[in-house]
Each structure stands twice: as structure tokens, then as C-alpha cells.
Design a protein around this ligand. Sequence first.
Ligand SMILES: [Zn+2]
Length: 189
Amino acid sequence: MLQALQAGLGPIDNVVGYLRVTVRRTAANRTMRRLREQPVPEIFDMPVEEDSSAYDHVNEGAVKGAFEGLPEQWRAVLQLSALEGKSASQVARHLDISPASASSLLYRAKEALRTAYLRHQVSSDSPECTRVLHRAIDAMRGRATSRYEELIEAHLQQCARCRDERGHLAQLNSGLPNKKPAKAESGCH
Ligand SMILES: [Zn+2]
């Protein structure tokens, strides 16, 4: 099956168009979600802000680079689910894995795409600044340890360019779904 996907895999332009459309649809999707509590198989499906005009522009190069850099199986699951609209059970049959594995794989692939998308927006040519900004992105996506947060803050205090870049990345990130939206339902905070 993966071979068939590889042969027919040419969805890069589709991914760009797909992400652009879903970013524009975010506010509408949130309303839809309130009405029917079913997961929508989209990548950018949980906006933080109602006004999506700031996120209308999707950086095509970043999308392509992010998608192409993902492991093959993750690209496959994103193509089947997000681009072709297949359900988790259909994806499971295609990839010959259990539905639970398919759901888990899709979840991880979407998050990996979001993180990679943000990483591809980093424009610094300094290895140290790039490393700090990648860690800052991890923190935004809920993955950093406090050890890294101290390193990030120490660097930002002395690097104005990274402060600016982080602000830009945080704005982009605010247009993406949270890593674990289920947390919001757990009643914490
Ligand atoms: Zn820096």
C-alpha cells in the first residue's frame, strides 16, 4: 500500500492548497465543532482566535518543506486522512494497522506537521539562534522542559532578533490547533 501511495504521491501542491483553505475555515470549524462534537480530520482545525485574517497567508515553501521532511508513513496517513478525507478505520485498512493505531498515527503526524511548519519559518542563519528558536517552538507546542526554557530566556534577553522571531512564531502558532485540545475539557485551570 505504501508503494502505491509513493507512486501516486504528488500531493505537495494539494497540501499547500489544503492548508490555506483550512486556515481560512478555522473560525467556521470551531462553530461547527460546538454543534456536533465529532473530530474533523483536518490539520489546522482548532483556532485560538476568531479573526483568522492574520493567518490567511500560508507560507507555501514552509508547508512543502515541512511535509516533505516527515517520515513516509506520516505523509501517507496525512494524505489519506487530511487530503482524501478517509476515516480512521479506512486509513487503518489502507495501511493494514488497527484503527487505534491509525488514530494515534494521525494525531502524531498532524502535530509533527505543525511543528515542522513552524520550524521552517525560522530564518536565522546562526546555528545557535536556530537551535534556540527550535526549542522555543517546542515550548509553544508543549514539549520543552524547564531546563530548555531557561536557556531560551537567557538567549532571548541578549538577542533582539530572536525576540522578534519568537514573537512572529508565537503569532503563527496561535493560529494552529493546540497539541492536546482534550486538556481543555479536563477542567484544569
Ligand atoms: Zn538569537
